[in-house]
Design a protein around this ligand. Structure first.
Ligand code: CU
Length: 647
């Protein structure tokens, strides 16, 4: 009855206006206004019972932004999907149901787009087994099928912000960008938290937590012009119903055309599926923001535009930092999360925005990338409150790390059991080849050992965020890299080419540049590419402070770094890939194999793998390594002493 009265009242108000206000809808667009209260994802919690058992259903569902209704692939009809709250030691059972129809299933040859109707699940950043029925990302769940995942969360799992997302090779950009992400929050143990941290955290003060899932899920299909990568083209080919092809009443094209037209000022990213939502705080109040970059290719540089609010970093990628520190900006590549405590000193509206890096700072990315993702995310609406309350306190201490995330910076060299090189190169290659399949591991090492990996990005323009499944890694150093700036590829006129770690252009350009390369290399040996030398990055937010733990790290153009981790507890096939999802879809990933103590690793602990990444050597072909094959050494080639150690 009450609802009826309100509706009547509203109708009277609308009809009572002297001139009819235009109704905005899918055929009659008007500027978006945003400003709605931030939507809170549905939550499912184990509540200390030791078990969370949920069903997530993937389907194409209507999603409303202001007046616009779009169709997106969702978990249980929501963007983001439901938040799953668990505790260390819990079992997490997820039945993933694929409710998509089968009428447009295709799988392209090679590394092109595949059907957006196949799905699966990855627990990003969670320290769980990569084997079935756990976090095996090579499981494929077709339309009309389902799969019962079981995850055993270890007793000593870190408490923090993690997420789940779709992870099918070939369509992850399309589907994750569309909305197939959701939070997993491993809740803190009240007894290990300081009172200040507990005051802004579940389980006792959940009302102080704010979950922000920033996603590409608005215009994600429209900006790609690459004929292979264009998901707009893919959608056309598939007749995919998530397109917005309603003709406009003005007769000037479709809703899709309107969204794509820059003149209409439609921002690209949504936060919790909303455009420019609002979060309310009071003056002096501290809230804990759990921020996820659930977008597919965008590096976010999140700051509060106006003076008057403070941000204090608590954790990165679900791992607490040693001590909270103030920041004016947090830089999140796709896949990264950060926990920040936020406090504002004045009432009014403040803008959380994603801005570019320091002026002309080439550390993070090229201008092209910076400009593209420069937009407001949400409004912090700060209300007055009685002065008697005063300022709430930021936490000053944080829970300790589990033993397998102990500090590896000062260990003796002899403790390092294996080294590996990951090279991001042009043409979406890792270690100079495309991802093959789950059976072709490119490095093999023993569980429980300490690994030191050297990461290099030989591309001059594109950053590539490295993501390693199962284990977080510690940032040990940033390394010198004298860059080969200036050379244009003579054939395709781009700056994509292979260089060695000394900056020499390689004669042999491998798979995609098999030409005689005699153009000038234009090396300037005295020039060091800005920022790629070994120092703490405390003052440069684009860099991760040395010693921090991440599961995803942005490797800037021509950047290189050293990481370490303990290959704790889990054996099996683990995926290493670029978390720009359109890159991994095209092959920018590889698998490694973690084996039991006692199993042979065939000398792989010192192999660099690949076609000697970081070198110009091409005399030895990449060994065709298949799990279980006896000839890991590639038919007798010596891979023993060619790794490039970047200290
Ligand atoms: Cu990439």
């Amino acid at each position: 009855m009450a609802v009826h009265h309100i509706t009547t009242l509203l109708l009277c108000v609308i009809w009572g206006l002297p001139e009819a206000t235009p109704i905005c809808d899918n055929s009659n667009p008007c500027p978006f206004t945003g400003g709605q209260d931030l939507s809170v994802p549905t939550e499912y919690s184990s509540e200390g019972t030791g078990l969370l058992n949920v069903t997530l259903t993937v389907d194409l569902t209507p999603h409303t932004v202001d007046w616009l209704t779009i169709h997106r692939r969702t978990y249980n009809g929501e963007i983001p999907g439901p938040t799953l709250r668990v505790r260390p030691g819990d079992k997490l059972y997820i039945k993933l149901v694929n409710n998509m129809r089968s009428d447009n299933v295709v799988r392209a040859e090679g590394h092109g787009p595949v059907s957006p109707n196949i799905t699966n699940l990855h627990l990003h950043g969670m320290h769980v087994s990569p084997k079935e029925p756990h976090d095996n990302v090579f499981i494929e769940i077709g339309p009309g099928s389902s799969y019962q995942y079981e995850f055993d969360i270890p007793d000593d799992h870190p408490a923090g912000t993690f997420y789940y997302h779709h992870h099918i090779h070939g369509n992850s950009h399309f589907c994750v960008g569309g909305g197939l992400v959701g939070f997993i929050i491993v809740e803190d143990d009240v007894t290990t938290m300081s009172p200040e941290l507990s005051a802004i955290s579940c389980p006792l003060n959940c009302h102080k937590e704010v979950q922000l899932a920033v996603g590409t899920n608005f215009r994600y299909t429209f900006l790609e012009t690459d004929p292979i990568l264009s998901y707009s083209n893919l959608q056309k080919d598939l007749g995919d119903p998530s397109r917005n092809l309603d003709p406009l009443s003005s007769g000037t094209g479709t809703m899709e055309d309107w969204l794509m037209d820059p003149a209409n000022g439609v921002d690209y990213l949504l936060t919790n599926g909303q455009l420019w939502p609002k979060v309310t705080l009071t003056v002096g109040e501290v809230k804990r923001f759990r921020i996820m970059n659930g977008a597919t290719i965008e590096v976010l540089e999140i700051a509060i535009k106006e003076l008057g609010c403070e941000m204090m970093v608590l954790a990165w990628d679900g791992i607490y930092v040693d001590a909270p520190y103030r920041t004016r900006m947090v830089v999140l590549s796709g896949g990264a999360r950060v926990d920040v405590a936020v406090r504002c000193w004045f009432s009014g509206d403040f803008t959380m925005t994603s801005i570019m890096a320091e002026e002309n700072d080439p550390v993070l990315a090229s201008e092209y990338w910076q400009m593209r993702f420069n937009q407001n995310l949400l409004t912090l609406h700060v209300e007055e409150r009685a002065a008697v309350f005063g300022l709430e306190h930021f936490p000053t201490s944080l829970p300790a790390h589990p033993g397998y995330y102990r500090d590896l910076r000062t260990i003796d060299d002899s403790e390092i059991d294996g080294r590996f090189v990951i090279e991001f190169g042009p043409e979406h290659e890792v270690n100079r080849e495309h991802f093959k399949d789950a059976a072709h591991y490119r490095y093999k090492y023993k569980v429980g050992t300490i690994q030191e990996w050297y990461i290099i990005n030989t591309e001059q323009l594109k950053p590539h965020p490295l993501h390693i499944h199962v284990n977080h890694f510690q940032v040990i150093s940033y390394n010198e890299y004298t860059h080969p700036w200036g050379a244009l590829h003579p054939v395709n006129n781009t700056k994509s080419a292979y260089y060695d770690l000394q900056g020499n252009l390689c004669d042999q350009q491998f798979l995609h540049f098999a030409h005689n390369l005699d153009w000038p290399t234009s090396n300037t040996p005295s020039f060091k590419y800005h920022g790629h030398h070994n120092r703490s990055r405390d003052s440069t937010p684009a860099y991760i402070p040395l010693g921090e733990w991440r599961d995803t790290i942005n490797v800037p153009p021509l950047g290189s770094m050293t990481i370490r981790f303990v290959a704790d507890r889990y054996t099996g096939t683990q995926m290493i890939h670029c978390h720009n999802l359109n890159h991994v879809d095209r092959g920018m990933g590889l698998v490694v194999e973690v084996v039991e103590e006692g199993e042979s690793i065939h000398g792989a602990s010192t192999a660099s793998g690949g076609a000697y990444p970081g070198t110009c050597r091409r005399t030895d072909p990449y060994p065709d390594v298949v799990t279980g094959a006896a000839n890991f050494n590639g038919g007798g080639h010596d891979h023993g002493h060619d790794h490039m150690h970047g200290h």
